[in-house]
Design a protein. Structure first.
Length: 214
């Protein structure tokens, strides 16, 4: 047992949330009379929280007050519809139950709004994962290490006793900033070539492979 705890990213790592994010993005854009975005575009926009997602999605000439209104439409829609098409990736439930049986402590650290994290946590992970934290006003979001440290404090684990699992460049930077090794998953929002290009070297193609690395 190399580590005592595992910190998981949420979107693109544990849950496939992309379609619901795209739907809420386009709902908000439609309310403003702005062009919609494709699934591939939204895939590239995610990773730094939903505010950054919407900043990338709105027209470049949007006024600040227009953006605020659009973002509010997104938030209201997403809280209501964040589970319409979202589910956990194949093999994740089995992985989490096995990790729990082996005595690992686990937490979710996500740039998603806390309300969205809470919804998904209660639906999919309350039986296996000990703690889940999303974007809050009190802590800087990833790639700053603040939320990772908060999760580790909650678990009662030191950084050198934990490993981070994520799917994006933001996750790699977060792990590095927090002093944790990073396992990059290949079923998420970034492909293998891109992850290797930015320096990923611990990559897994299936959730089961994580067991061999922890």
């Amino acid at each position: 047992m190399k580590y005592k705890a595992i910190i998981f990213d949420l979107d693109g790592t544990l849950t496939d949330t992309l379609y619901d994010l795209k739907e809420s993005t386009n709902y908000a854009l439609r309310q403003m009379g702005w062009p919609e975005r494709s699934l591939d575009e939204v895939r590239q926009f995610v990773g730094n929280g939903v505010r950054r997602l919407m900043e990338r999605a709105v027209p470049r000439d949007a006024e600040e007050m227009e953006f605020v209104e659009c973002f509010q439409h997104f938030q209201e829609h997403y809280v209501e519809h964040c589970q319409d098409h979202t589910g956990i990736y194949p093999g994740i439930d089995e992985l989490l139950h096995e990790l729990k049986a082996r005595g690992y402590k686990m937490a979710i650290v996500s740039n998603k709004m806390q309300a969205g994290v809470d919804e998904l946590y209660q639906t999919f992970f309350s039986e296996t994962i000990d703690f889940a934290i999303g974007e809050t006003a009190e802590l800087r979001r990833k790639p700053f290490p603040d939320m990772v440290y908060a999760a580790l404090d909650n678990l009662g684990v030191k950084p050198e006793e934990a490993v981070y699992v994520g799917d994006s460049e933001v996750d790699m930077a977060t792990a590095r900033n927090a002093g944790l090794p990073c396992i990059s998953v290949l079923w998420g929002f970034r492909d293998q070539d891109y992850l290797r290009e930015i320096g990923a070297f611990r990559m897994v193609e299936t959730p089961q492979e994580i067991l061999d690395l922890v």
